[in-house]
Structures are given as structure tokens and as C-alpha cells.
Write a protein that binds this ligand. Structure first.
Ligand code: FMN
Length: 173
């Protein structure tokens, strides 16, 4: 049975402890489909998702993520990249709009992973150049986000999390 949408977003947590168990191929496809279907400006879909399973490569990526070696403990590390946008329909983000597009797709990927009972942790602390070197990526690709992907060790989905109250972050005008 599929998990209800609000349960997915309310119980997603950054997971930093992983079991070695493999990610089933069907679950992986569902998660990647969730990213594929994401909206993007002008529907340009300037994104690509590398599914890193090779142990050496995972470790190199983890090292390029500020030495967060625990990332490599997960059976998969996902590296999301994008390309600079050669046209801009206005807006100050210009050629860097791909960062927004890839982030939306990556959010969908992370939520779909939760729905499949899989853990993720959005990793923003990485060196673009070092991750690219580790995976021998083309020059024009830029890393936007990284996440380990695998089954959480222990029931960590239920850990408490703290957020600002609505009254602090919402203003009616
Ligand atoms: C853009 C971004 C970058 C992040 N970078 C890291 C990171 O490098 N390492 C890490 O352990 N967690 C990282 N996180 C996870 C945050 O610490 C986490 O989302 C936040 O503390 C809230 O906890 P929760 O995800 O469990 O709700 C990042 C999250 C985001 C959205």
C-alpha cells in the first residue's frame, strides 16, 4: 500500500546511518521516475542523476563531501548534476536556474525514497570539482546535490525534528 502524501513529508528525516541491504531495482525506478516527472523552467530538464554503487567511487564522492565518509556506507550514492541554462526567460537567476530545477527534482526523489521506506540525506557540503573528478564527469556538468540512498539502520524515521512555528515564517498582507 502506498504511503499517504502528508505522512511522507512529515516522517522524512535526514538519515546518516545505513544498512548494507541492497535497494530493490523496482524501488529505485520509482524514485528516479519521481525525479524525472518534476517540473522545470521551460520544461528544459537540464539534469542527470548518477547512481553510484561502486565502492571506490562512493568513497571518493564521500571524501569530496567534506570528508563525510558515512555517506559511502549506503548501498547507493545519488549525485544530481545540471547544466548552465543558455537562455533565460528573465529573472535574476539567469544561467544558474538549473540549480533550482535540479533541486526540485531532487526533492521529489528524496520524498519518493521516503515513500519506499528508504533513507536519504541531502548533502550540500561538497566540492563540485572534486565530485566531478571522482566520477570523471563532463566539464559542462555541475553537481547540485548528493545523497546516500539505502535502508535506515534502526527506526530513525521517527526521530523528532525542530522547525520554526508557522507564525514566525508566514505573514498575511
Ligand atoms: C541544501 C542542504 C544541504 C545539506 N547538507 C548536509 C550535509 O552536507 N551533511 C549533512 O549531514 N546534512 C546535510 N543536510 C541535512 C540538514 O542538516 C537537515 O535537512 C536539517 O537538519 C533538518 O533535518 P531533517 O532533514 O532530518 O528534517 C543538508 C540539507 C539541505 C537541504
Amino acid at each position: 500500500m502506498q504511503m499517504e502524501f502528508y505522512e511522507v513529508i512529515n516522517t522524512r528525516r535526514s538519515i546518516r546511518l545505513y544498512k548494507k541491504d541492497k535497494v530493490p531495482e523496482e524501488a529505485l525506478i520509482c524514485i528516479l521516475e519521481a525525479a524525472r516527472i518534476a517540473p522545470s523552467g521551460h520544461n528544459r530538464q537540464f539534469w542527470k542523476f548518477y547512481i553510484v554503487k561502486n565502492e571506490d567511487r562512493k568513497l571518493k564522492v564521500a571524501e569530496a563531501c567534506g570528508g563525510q565518509k558515512w555517506i559511502a556506507d549506503a548501498p547507493i550514492v545519488v549525485v544530481a548534476v545540471g547544466w548552465k541554462v543558455p537562455f533565460s526567460r528573465g529573472g535574476y537567476m539567469g544561467e544558474m536556474s538549473f540549480i533550482m530545477d535540479v533541486s526540485i527534482a531532487f526533492t521529489q526523489l528524496i520524498l519518493a525514497a521516503r515513500a519506499e521506506g528508504l533513507g536519504t540525506c541531502w548533502i550540500g557540503d561538497f566540492q563540485n570539482k572534486e565530485v566531478k573528478e571522482a566520477l570523471e564527469l563532463p566539464d559542462d556538468e555541475n553537481v547540485v546535490a548528493v545523497t546516500p540512498l539505502g535502508y535506515p539502520d534502526k527506526g530513525v524515521f521517527n526521530e523528532n525534528t525542530s522547525r520554526k512555528p508557522l507564525a514566525e515564517i508566514v505573514e498575511e498582507m
